[in-house]
Design a protein around this ligand. Structure first.
Ligand code: UDP
Length: 323
């Protein structure tokens, strides 16, 4: 198949591209390298079945040319990560809303099946876990920048579901805290990248607040598998799926695990989240997916144990640092 991956030079996108290339597809990546990196796709650049276009999903001319040539689109291009969103909400909102609108409008015009990457951030601060795809969302005020990401992704989902009602095969996947090789090595945008970087440098592991907030960390190979199933399982069209592990881990536990795996002398330091994100920051205390629908419809299950995934991620960080 001819597959377009927007955001294909990013962390999840490039791991998806590896899997698609291994399956023998013709893959085109559209990425403006705002967060993505050429090094994530460098190993494919000489392959005649791989094409890289360095441009934005906001450039309609480029996007139209690429969508017209595609049999399937994975739309992952977005401004992701609480830190980026809080620092520059305008860019995040425009990219995440207008960009998806562009992709879907053209997918509808040329009738191309599309998988839209969404986020568990959709659920906001709801603690009614496990979170089902049709659970209520609970968000704070618009003055708190974080929630703009949740709402932008919700608009994306509304767009996707609206086009699905018109008959276009669109599927939405909600990712739960993906981690693995190619996380930003500077530790930007993910607690696991930050803790590994801090541990390898012997710096304190910065656990925010009491550290009893939880996440369900999902190894990126599992995330990719769920994404591909969303495109290949026929009944998935028109539906939303949680793609994540259901093992709930507190940030305190994560810090201890990473310190143990790295044999690091780093101390675990509890610091206020407000010191990084500003006084208006609001935290999501628990985030656990209900995985029933993904299991029943897609046959998906996140299989990689956290310790194993962390070991592989750590290996990648070490190799990258030349160690
Ligand atoms: N976190 C932390 N220390 C850090 C970075 C993040 O304790 O240096 C916490 C953060 O407060 C949140 C969790 O780790 O509870 C996951 O944060 P991340 O930014 O990775 O993802 P998200 O909040 O979007 O789930």
């Amino acid at each position: 198949m001819r597959i377009l991956v927007t955001g294909g030079a990013g962390f999840i996108g490039s791991n998806l591209v590896d899997a698609l290339m291994a399956q023998g597809h013709e893959v085109t990546v559209l990425d403006n390298l705002s967060v993505g990196k050429v090094e994530n796709i460098a190993h494919h650049l000489d392959n005649e079945h791989f094409h890289f276009v360095n441009d934005s999903i906001l450039n309609l001319t480029t996007l139209e040319r690429l969508v017209r040539q595609a049999d399937l689109i994975y739309h992952l291009a977005a401004v992701v990560g609480v830190k980026y969103v809080v620092e520059d909400p305008l860019t995040a909102i425009i990219t995440n809303v207008r960009g998806t609108e562009n992709v879907l409008e053209l997918a509808f015009k040329y009738w191309v099946k599309t998988v839209i990457a969404s986020s568990s951030e959709i659920y906001g601060k709801s603690t009614e876990v496990p979170l089902r795809e049709d659970s209520d969302r609970l968000l704070g005020p618009t003055s708190v920048g974080r929630w703009s990401y949740s709402d932008a992704k919700a608009i994306d989902e509304y767009f996707g579901l609206a086009y699905a009602r018109k008959g276009l095969p669109v599927t939405v996947v909600r990712y739960f805290n993906a981690y693995g090789p190619r996380l930003d090595p500077l530790g930007y945008g993910s607690v696991i990248a930050r803790f590994i970087t801090q541990a390898l440098q012997g710096d304190p592991l910065t656990v925010y607040d009491d550290g009893e907030q939880t996440r369900c960390f999902t190894y990126v190979e599992d995330t990719v598998e769920g994404t591909i199933l969303a495109a290949t399982v026929h009944q998935a069209a028109g539906q939303v799926f949680n793609i994540g592990s259901n093992r709930e881990t507190s940030i305190n536990e994560l810090a201890r695990l990473i310190r143990g795996l790295t044999n690091s002398p780093s101390e675990i330091a509890h610091v206020p989240a407000a010191s990084t994100y500003g006084p208006d920051f609001e935290e999501t205390r628990r985030r656990v997916p209900d995985v029933t629908r993904a299991r029943d419809v897609l046959g998906f299950e996140a299989r990689t144990p956290l310790e194993e995934g962390l070991r592989r991620t750590l290996d990648w960080f070490r190799r990258r640092n030349g160690g």
